[in-house]
Design a protein around this ligand. Structure first.
Ligand SMILES: *Cc1c(COP(=O)(O)O)cnc(C)c1O
Length: 433
């Protein structure tokens, strides 16, 4: 399969090129040239298959032409070493819990898949070590670091702003050691991002070592997210609840929703989708008016969705040939203030005992408002509430337990290397390694 750029001004790329480059040279996002429909026989017996079996079938449609089948099977099976259960919440509403992976958020799935795919390319071609540079304001760093932890041939450098990430977040990437180096930068997130951007452009450095990024627009992180949409459908079909399925996706950069739309194009029977936003309502505005107007991002309670110019809008637009009508026929929007998110968490907890995290709360509320009685609603619960323990405890007046593997990170010793925000310091550090 070849990958083309959404800007259509770059040559098509192989899977390996698209994964290592991340962004196309014309700054567009890579898209697979074909979307293969899965056969009726697959959907007819999908409820009998395990998560890994389903994901392997779906992965063949994307990657089967570029990787040996057995290697692909191993990558999928190793990536999905945990369950993604659909849990009944109330009435016709279900939660798809995407937080049972190592860092308790859905980004684990894409990050683990990408790490194993890169490792496969390195082995196949006997290449030198690849170095992944990632800047983080919290969650991406932990998913990427843990996704790549212990993967031979790859070293990860996580740059994060000193005193600007929570203790829980820092413990998930700064205590790991092995092939993960955490650099604590005396600056803000934008400084970290700028240092990495400069590193990719620096000739001496790129001559010295092979660099790549692992940000969320990478096809190897984004496409595997389609797997759990199929598995969710299979679980609901087992319960006889899959006929009129509405999927509500808490959205920031829109990679998650976009993967669901790919699943739909592959034939997954979904009635419609809801894009649930916090106060960052650029997509909501697009649905209503047909105009896409990026905004500076606003800080909210659901901070992983604080995006004012969602990268994957370009993919959604391209997927529907720019047709506003086609997009609005399939996707409706929702936007919620912090106060509404708080009240939703309180209402859900009081009426069901289920603890939503602030992101999942947007997805849940959108279903409460927009679901018809004849439909089944599924919202994606994108992170475990314990990742936002301080806020959740305050909002619900609870003291929620920290899951065992999160607690284990917090017992680890911080191994970060302090660094100033000058690119030259960072460059010298990399040249010396
Ligand atoms: C990243 C993230 C989101 C947003 O996902 P996108 O794919 O960027 O739309 C939502 N919730 C949580 C917890 C996240 O970490």
């Amino acid at each position: 399969m070849k990958y083309y750029s959404t800007n259509k001004k770059a040559p098509t790329a192989t899977l390996e090129e698209a994964v290592i480059k991340g962004l196309a040279p014309d700054r567009g996002l890579y898209m697979p040239e074909h979307i293969q429909k899965l056969p009726a026989t697959f959907f007819n017996q999908i409820e009998k298959l395990s998560f890994q079996e389903i994901a392997f079938e779906v992965s063949k449609a994307f990657f089967g032409g570029d990787i040996e089948i057995e290697a692909l099977r191993n990558i999928v099976y190793e990536t999905l070493s945990f369950d993604v259960p659909a849990i009944h919440i109330k009435d016709n509403i279900y939660s798809l819990e995407l937080f049972h992976g190592p860092t308790l958020a859905f980004k684990d799935i894409g990050a683990r898949f990408m790490a194993r795919l890169l490792q496969h390319f390195i082995r196949r071609e006997g290449q030198q070590q690849i170095n992944v540079l990632v800047a983080t304001s919290g969650d991406t760093g932990s998913a990427v670091a843990n996704g790549f932890l212990g993967v031979n041939g790859i070293h990860v450098y996580v740059l994060y702003p000193k005193d600007k990430v929570s203790h829980i977040q820092e413990s998930q990437f700064a205590t790991l050691g092995q092939n993960i180096t955490a650099l604590e930068v005396d600056g803000v997130f934008d400084d970290c991002q700028a240092m990495i951007k400069q590193a990719f452009m620096d000739e001496t450095l790129n001559h010295h070592m092979k660099l790549t990024s692992a940000n969320s627009i990478n096809v190897a992180r984004f496409l595997p997210q389609a797997f759990y949409y199929f598995y969710a459908y299979a679980q609901l079909k087992r319960l006889g609840k899959a006929d009129k399925l509405v999927i509500s996706v808490p959205s920031g950069n829109f990679g998650n929703l976009c993967a669901g739309l790919f699943a739909y194009k592959m034939g997954l029977p979904v009635n419609r989708f809801i894009a649930a936003n916090n106060a960052n309502d650029v997509f909501f505005h697009y649905l209503r008016t047909g105009e896409y107007m990026p905004q500076p991002s606003k800080q909210t309670l659901a901070n992983a969705m604080d995006v004012g110019n969602p990268s994957n809008f370009a993919r959604i637009y391209t997927l529907f040939n720019g047709s506003h009508q086609a997009i609005t026929e399939l996707i409706s929007g929702a936007t919620y203030t912090d106060d509404m998110i708080r009240k939703t968490m309180q209402e859900c907890y009081a009426s069901t005992d289920y603890i939503l995290d602030p992101h999942g709360a947007c997805g849940y509320k959108a279903l409460k408002e927009q679901l018809q009685p004849s439909e089944t609603g599924l919202f994606l619960e994108t992170a475990h509430p314990a990742k936002f323990k301080d806020k959740v405890d305050e909002i619900l007046s609870t003291e929620i337990a920290i899951p065992e593997h999160l607690a284990a990170f917090m017992k680890g010793t911080k191994q970060s290397i302090p660094m100033d925000k000058q690119f030259e310091t960072f460059k010298q550090f990399l040249m010396d390694t």
